[in-house]
Design a protein around this ligand. Structure first.
Ligand code: NI
Length: 167
């Protein structure tokens, strides 16, 4: 396994739309293993392939307390969503920024597992938020783009300043 570099907002590569995975093979399983390692190391609770500059529809998530429940979704699709919740979100591509975002309370998602088998999952609460956040990444959307233009401008300025300090 290998740690993968994570793109930082506002890197334009975060706005690429990811393509469906046509064949679930060893290279996809290796990418999932590397993405999981990168997510746990960060540490984070979700990571989309887009964030490691691979523009394929793959996400990994683990919202468990003890980091024991890795979920991998290949070609995820939201079939149904219901309700509304507001959750303070962060993102490994937007370090140090936490903002409230309104999303669906419950989602039903369909995807392929690492063996290429289809499954559906009904999620609510934090897991539902995480699934929506990661699928957004596959569409080229970063969570801050749910916020006002004013807030987005402030966040960009803050990240540019951080980049200057750490460069
Ligand atoms: Ni994110």
């Amino acid at each position: 396994m290998a740690l993968l570099p994570i793109l930082r907002y506002p890197d334009p590569r975060l706005h690429k739309k990811a393509a469906p995975v046509e064949r679930v093979d060893e290279s996809v399983r290796k990418l999932i293993a590397d993405m999981a390692e990168t997510m746990y190391e960060a540490p984070g609770i979700g990571l989309a392939a887009t964030q490691v500059d691979v523009h394929k529809r793959i996400i990994v998530i683990d919202v468990s307390e003890d980091k024991s429940t890795l979920l991998a979704f290949i070609n995820p699709e939201i079939l149904e969503s219901a309700g509304e919740q507001v959750c303070e979100e962060g993102c490994l591509s937007v370090p140090g920024i936490y903002e409230k975002v309104t999303r669906s309370e419950r989602v039903k998602v369909r995807a392929l597992d690492p063996q290429g088998a289809p499954f559906t999952l009904e999620a609510e609460g934090l897991l539902a938020v995480c699934i929506q956040h990661e699928i957004d990444h596959l569409e080229g959307k970063v969570f801050v783009e749910h916020l006002s233009q004013l807030k987005q401008g402030r966040i960009k300025a803050r990240l540019a300043k951080q980049a200057r300090i750490t460069a």
